[in-house]
Design a protein around this ligand. Structure first.
Ligand SMILES: [Zn+2]
Ligand SMILES: [Zn+2]
Ligand SMILES: [Zn+2]
Length: 146
């Protein structure tokens, strides 16, 4: 699923042109493997094509995120991070406040709410990240000082 051809085919099926900057951006996301900031991606793209400007990169990140090809998270005191969306399902992310690691939360808690609890809203869209401390950081945080 996450090879460049499959990603580009999805983009084209949605009616988007396969520009050189989009190609380089997807290539960069695959190469950086995992989460990357816009700045890191900008660097990857401009090392290969100096003619691409940062507003094009930001616009393409918005477009690809909107299409569901990318995941985006907000990490406190850090830039936004992007990664390829490895799952086609709606999901959220858990972010460790200590190590800034990012985990996928496969289930959407909204699924467990009934129509009353959701005030009979329709066309729901949910966008949120969940913050806490990962297991490894919990161990470090509770370790007694020597
Ligand atoms: Zn994700
Ligand atoms: Zn952590
Ligand atoms: Zn959700």
């Amino acid at each position: 699923m996450n090879d460049i051809f499959a990603l580009e085919e999805r983009l084209q099926r949605k009616g988007y042109k396969l520009t050189r900057s989009r190609h380089l951006l997807l290539e960069g996301l695959l190469a950086l493997d995992g989460w990357a900031s816009a700045q890191q991606l900008f660097q990857y793209v401009t090392e290969r094509d100096a003619g691409v400007n940062s507003s094009t990169i930001y616009r393409n990140l918005e477009t690809l995120t909107g299409l569901g090809l990318l995941c985006r998270v907000e990490v406190a005191h850090s830039p936004q991070y992007f990664s390829l969306n490895k799952t086609q399902n709606h999901h959220h992310h858990l972010i460790c406040k200590s190590c800034k690691g990012i985990w996928t939360l496969d289930h959407c808690p909204l699924r467990h709410l009934n129509a009353e609890e959701l005030h009979r809203f329709s066309g729901l869209e949910c966008k949120f990240d969940v913050y806490g401390y990962c297991e490894a950081c919990q161990a470090k945080l509770t370790a007694p000082e020597s």
